[in-house]
Design a protein around this ligand. Structure first.
Ligand code: SF4
Length: 242
C-alpha cells in the first residue's frame, strides 16, 4: 500500500515539528526541517567550551531562517552578560545604520540571522582593548559558522569588521572592499557579500573620509538589495524562536 504523501517543506510557512516521507519500502523517514536543525545547532553551540582562553557563554542571535546573515567578529565583555550580539555601544551605532534604511533594532534581530567569527569573548589584551582571537580559536569556531551557512543558504552576507570580512575576501585596506557588493562562492553557491566597517566607538574609520562616504555607499547598496527589501517587507514572516 503506498505511503501517505506529505507536503514538502516550504520556507514561507511555519514548519511542523518534523516532516514525514517514505522510502522505497514505504517505511517512514523523519526529516527534520531546517528550522529545527538550526535550533538544535544553537543548543549545541550554547554548550561549546572548545577554547580554553575564551570567555563564554557563546553569544547567539535569534534562530531565524533569514535570507540575510550578519557576521560580526567576536562579542565584547558587555555582550557576555547581556547574552545578545551587538548589545552595547557598537551595537547602538550598527543598529542606527540599519534603522536609517528601514529596519530598527528589534525588527532586525528578529529578521536577520546574527553570527560571528568567534562566539565567545576573547578577553582584554595586556595593553588594553579586546584581544584579537587566535587563528586556532577562529578555526575552532568556524565549524559552527559553516553549519549555519549550510542551514541558512543565505542570499546576502554582511560581514562586519576586518576579521569577518577577511573570512571571505582578501584585501589590505577597508577602502578596497567597503562600498561595493561582492559576489563570492560560499559552499559552492554564488552569494552576495556586502562588507561593513566595525561600528566600534574606538574606530574613526567610519566617521572620517573616505570611510564615511564608503559606508553611506554600502548602506545605499544594502537598502536596494532584494534580500534586504524582502526582510523589510511587512509580510515577511520569519520562523524564529526566542
Ligand atoms: S569561541 Fe567558538 S569554538 Fe571557541 S569556545 Fe566559544 S563557541 Fe566554542
Amino acid at each position: 500500500m503506498p505511503g501517505r504523501q506529505y507536503p514538502a517543506c516550504r520556507q514561507d510557512m511555519h514548519c511542523a515539528a518534523v516532516h514525514k516521507t517514505h522510502n522505497r519500502n514505504h517505511r517512514p523517514i523523519i526529516m527534520k526541517t531546517r528550522h529545527i536543525q538550526l535550533r538544535e545547532h544553537q543548543h549545541q553551540l550554547a554548550r561549546c567550551h572548545r577554547c580554553p582562553d575564551m570567555q563564554g557563554p557563546p553569544i547567539i542571535g535569534t534562530a531565524v531562517l533569514s535570507p540575510i546573515m550578519l557576521i560580526g567578529q567576536a562579542p565584547g565583555s558587555k555582550e557576555i552578560h547581556l547574552h545578545r550580539p551587538f548589545a552595547w555601544t557598537a551595537g547602538k551605532t550598527l543598529f542606527s545604520w540599519f534603522a536609517g534604511i528601514g529596519l530598527e533594532e528589534e525588527r532586525f534581530r528578529s529578521r536577520v540571522y546574527m553570527a560571528a567569527v568567534c562566539r565567545c569573548y576573547p578577553g582584554k589584551q595586556p595593553r588594553g582593548g579586546d584581544r584579537v582571537p587566535a587563528p586556532e580559536e577562529i578555526a575552532n569556531c568556524s565549524n559552527w559558522l559553516e553549519t549555519e551557512l549550510t542551514l541558512l543558504r543565505p542570499q546576502l552576507i554582511i560581514p562586519v569588521g576586518r576579521l569577518a570580512i577577511s573570512r571571505f575576501l582578501a584585501f589590505r585596506k577597508l577602502t578596497e572592499v567597503i562600498g561595493d557588493l561582492h559576489q563570492h562562492q560560499v559552499q559552492g553557491r554564488s552569494t552576495d557579500l556586502l562588507p561593513l566597517p566595525h561600528p566600534s566607538g574606538a574606530s574613526t574609520w567610519h566617521r572620517t573620509e573616505p570611510g564615511r562616504s564608503l559606508l553611506a555607499q554600502a548602506l545605499q547598496r544594502l537598502a536596494t538589495h532584494p534580500a534586504w527589501r524582502k526582510v523589510c517587507a511587512e509580510k515577511f514572516e520569519p520562523k524564529a524562536t526566542g
